[in-house]
Design a protein around this ligand. Structure first.
Ligand SMILES: [Zn+2]
Length: 467
């Protein structure tokens, strides 16, 4: 990400503080003079870091230790992205995350055909270790829902999994769970203490709509999106909430995109249900008008981009607390279906882990969200919902010193080639953002210094404990 401001002051901080480029863990670190975003509010105070943890706060100005100058900046808890697909290239995805102020990624496993969910998790953990720039927790995708067994669920729990995911769509990939399977997994989740994340789109109806469009020779990329209309999502959300109610289980709804879905969540909560709601940054920043242009194929994602009316309903839900988390659904590689000569063979999915927090800060503050609310959506709620709080997700004495120093002053334009995911394309290319990230700390270690990665920085950990 381009950084235009602060380079001189970063250099002078290094000169004064003598902090070495490797971000050594020895001694104390002081983040000086920033506006610190804590669960209790925004405080102007120094932060004292000792080793990997926040040691405390000193509003009068601490004297000892290496100093990072945060004057004029906000200090936020390191971002936690609740929905990512990084396996296959953990190094690129987590490096990209670090530049965007995300210090923990909740990443899905990628089970291969015939591979059990626990074995996919063990393979994922092996891939993360030694390759990650930030901390990574793994959530288990149930790749063959018809074959998931009680023994598999118990094994996942023993491995330390905090969440698992089921799909109500993608029958063509063998991912679509039946309603009975959804009920059984939700029911078991209460006993095992993990949270079930559900992709809510009605896969059977989507398949029928796809067949309709193709029968009418509607082959263009926009029909990918028109095959997945809001009703298809609303129905699946309503059904999931009803089944979770029957199973007496909490449930987490991934990447919600519709006003109708939001209304169903509000109604379920009013009825006493524990329903968590996730929205993705692309559904807040982009809309379905992009499908009318010549570049429609660049914007394919499931669920698709929605009308302005739905986008505004999502922002209202973000502001009023209905939405718990804002994620990227980062795909390090777009999903490529088997090739065809119509929209069903087009790749889809977005990379967004690097811009999630900068976009949310820029657009959220422009819309009047408080920076405290932005910290909740981007870090605190993901940590609370997925069992990482208060070690992660907030700047508190004793928490991991995962910190982002964000300067609200610079304006800059997104250039895909300047992002660090190695992809070279971005749905956000050409957008202008307000504010840029100056420093990122992972457990007290400086990992991004004014637009540069510090050292080799492969200091991320897998939060699934080794067996
Ligand atoms: Zn996803």
């Amino acid at each position: 990400m381009p950084h235009t401001a602060g380079r001189a002051s970063a250099a002078s901080v290094r000169a004064q503080g003598g902090r070495d480029r490797g971000g050594s863990l020895s001694g104390r670190l002081i983040i000086r003079g920033g506006r610190v975003v804590t669960p209790g509010g925004v405080r102007r105070t120094d932060i004292e870091v000792s080793g990997e943890r926040v040691a405390g706060f000193d509003p009068r100005g601490s004297r000892d230790g290496e100093v990072i100058d945060a004057r004029g900046c906000y200090v936020l808890p390191g971002g936690i992205d609740s929905h990512t697909h990084l396996l296959g290239d953990v190094a690129s995805g987590t490096r990209s995350a670090a530049f965007g102020g995300t210090t923990t990624a909740l990443c899905f496993t990628n089970p291969r055909p015939g591979e059990s969910a626990p074995n996919a998790l063990i393979r994922g953990r092996r891939e993360v270790e030694g390759r990650a720039v930030i901390d990574v927790d793994l959530h288990a995708i149930i790749g063959e829902p018809g074959r998931i067994s009680t023994a598999d669920l118990e094994h996942l729990k023993r491995l330390g999994v905090r969440a698992i995911k089921l799909f109500l769509a993608f029958p063509e990939q063998g991912l679509m769970a039946t309603d009975g399977c959804l009920y059984e997994v939700l029911h078991a989740s209460v006993r095992h203490g993990f949270l079930v994340k559900v992709h809510c789109e009605n896969g059977g109806v989507i398949a029928a709509l796809v067949a309709d469009h193709l029968a009418r020779r509607r082959k263009g990329p926009a029909y990918f999106a028109y095959s997945r209309p809001p009703d298809v999502e609303d129905e699946a959300i309503g059904r999931t909430l009803a089944i979770a109610h029957l199973a007496h289980a909490p449930v987490y709804l991934t990447h919600m995109t519709t006003a109708g879905g939001i209304e169903r969540v509000r109604a379920a909560r009013a009825n006493g249900q524990m329903a968590y709601s996730e929205v993705c940054i692309h559904h807040l920043l982009l809309d379905a008008s992009l499908y009318r242009g010549r570049r429609a194929s660049r914007f394919l994602v499931a669920p698709p981009l929605r009308s302005r009316e739905n986008v505004e309903a999502l922002w209202s839900a973000v502001a009023d607390g209905t939405v718990d988390t804002i994620a990227s659904d980062h795909s390090q590689m777009r999903y490529q279906p088997p090739l065809t000569n119509d929209f069903t063979g087009l790749p889809y999915g977005f990379a967004g882990i690097e811009l999630r927090l900068p976009l949310l800060l820029s657009e959220g503050m422009r819309r009047g969200l408080s920076i405290r609310r932005i910290a909740q959506l981007s870090a605190t709620r993901p940590a609370q919902v997925f069992g990482l709080y208060p070690r992660k997700g907030a700047i508190l004495a004793g928490s991991d010193a995962d910190l982002v120093v964000w300067d609200p002053r610079p304006r800059w334009e997104v250039k895909a080639s300047a992002l660090h995911d190695g992809i070279g394309a971005s749905p956000y290319s050409g957008m202008t953002l307000q504010g840029s990230i100056r420093y990122v700390f992972l457990r007290g270690r400086l990992v991004v210094d004014d637009g540069e990665l510090v050292g080799s920085s492969l200091s991320g950990r897998c939060l699934i404990p080794a067996a």
